[in-house]
Design a protein around this ligand. Structure first.
Ligand code: ATP
Length: 395
């Protein structure tokens, strides 16, 4: 372990069923090479004598079922071998899902729909990735349903819209399964948000019912496991799995930085791929900006016949002003002909977005705003949705 290896790297010899964990220092890169044996990173098999590069902040585990030696070069914050991993239990979960897929194939039914849940920093995304990789390696075509809006540190503040969109997604997935047998047999793996209390918990229960999940994998938290066993129908298999000791906690700051990084990548590209975004002016009169959800008011103050649901799903027009600066706006694909009599509202809520722009400047005098956009002018649509996320373009 940790002996100098050829090309300036450090060599690590791993026994079977152990993993090498490492973190890449900020502003650094680390190269990994498999020298002998077999190894995988979160379920993806490594090729022998190929250099894999991991960017700043990466937190990686190289696991081996059979034993292997690897070489690491570059600055790592930590690098150590652990013998204590829950990988065997994760593999068992995969094997059980694969059996369900075989049975689905035989009986002309649908494959397993799996929801992965747990508090923040327990390795939900990693388990999803692992289960997907193992299934794909067997020639399956499972679908990843990414509902972890908390990934970037954003809470789904508006539960109603969150649940509404989850239902839309479930419907689209079911339609796809009707058309595509491989997708139906492959089933889906749903990654969820680490917010597991109160409304967050309600969102999980809603998701389980919208997708009609067959299996729920609960990472780490016995309380959540018991609650779900109590609240979900008895035919849903709820399984408690331990978290890996390798999962690294991420602070609020760390999540904010990685969210900013994601937005930057959207506009400017990543690794060797560079994008060149456009900056141009948009006249206030050419767009309509909305916020989804009016501030909630006490039930007793609601106009007769109106419910909280109506306020939370309401499209509220936003008058452009200086406070729009730095806000990320989504460009809705809603059919603009449908405006009026509630048509636009439904269109906007159900429609995908065609992309995102950032307001970089607002000139209230001239009634224009300058935006950063991945595509050249003009904007493809004129219905814009504002959210709380801001991005300061320093480039
Ligand atoms: P969130 O709270 O954002 O939902 P999560 O529960 O989905 O987080 P992951 O994103 O899967 O957690 O894991 C957190 C970090 O830990 C990731 O950077 C991941 O690469 C790393 N990680 C996961 N498993 C291991 C391991 N065994 N060894 C080292 N690092 C790991």
């Amino acid at each position: 372990e940790g002996v100098g290896a050829g090309s300036g790297g450090t060599r690590f010899d791993l026994e079977k069923e152990t993993e090498l964990r490492f973190e890449v220092e900020a502003g650094e890169k680390v190269h990994l090479e498999l020298l002998t044996g077999l190894a995988e990173v979160f379920g993806s098999e490594l090729n022998r004598n190929k250099k894999y590069t991991f960017g700043p902040g990466s937190k990686i585990a190289v696991f081996t079922w059979q034993g292997c030696s690897v070489s690491l070069s570059g600055k790592t914050e930590v690098a150590y071998i652990s013998k204590d991993t829950p990988m065997l239990l994760y593999l068992n979960a995969h094997t059980a899902l694969e059996q369900m897929r075989r049975q689905a194939e035989r009986d002309n039914e649908r494959g397993p729909r799996v929801m992965v849940v747990g508090p923040t920093d327990v390795g939900k995304s990693t388990v999803c990735r692992l289960l997907l990789s193992y299934a794909v390696r067997l020639g399956r075509r499972p679908t990843l349903v990414e509902l972890d809006v908390g990934q970037s540190g954003v809470r789904p503040t508006n539960l109603l819209i969150h649940n509404f969109l989850t239902s839309c997604l479930a419907e689209v997935f079911s339609l796809r399964c009707e058309e595509n047998r491989k997708a139906s047999v492959g089933g889906c793996i749903i990654n969820t948000c680490g917010w597991v209390k109160g409304s967050g918990y309600q969102a999980l229960v809603h998701c389980a019912s919208a997708f009609q999940v067959d299996v729920v994998l609960v990472l780490d938290q016995e309380r959540l496991y018991n609650e779900l066993k109590r609240d979900l129908p008895h035919f849903v298999r709820v399984v408690l799995l331990p978290k890996s000791g390798g999962v690294v906690e991420r602070s609020k700051d760390c999540r904010r930085v990685s969210r900013d990084e994601k937005i930057r990548e959207y506009f400017y590209g990543f690794r060797s791929v560079s994008f060149f975004p456009h900056a141009f002016d948009v006249r206030f009169s050419d767009v309509r900006i909305y916020k989804i959800g009016a501030p909630s008011i006490p039930d007793s103050c609601l106009p007769l016949g109106m419910s909280q649901d109506d306020t939370q799903l309401k499209l509220v027009p936003v008058t452009p002003g200086r406070d729009l600066t730095h806000h990320v706006l989504s460009v809705s694909c809603a059919d603009e002909g449908e405006e009026g009599a509630g048509g636009l509202r439904r269109g906007v809520l159900e429609s995908p977005v065609c992309g995102f722009i950032v307001v970089t400047n607002v000139d209230t005098q001239a009634q224009v705003m300058t935006v950063l956009s991945p595509a050249p002018r003009p904007l493809p649509r004129h219905t814009l949705l504002i959210m709380d996320i801001r991005f300061i373009d320093l480039k």
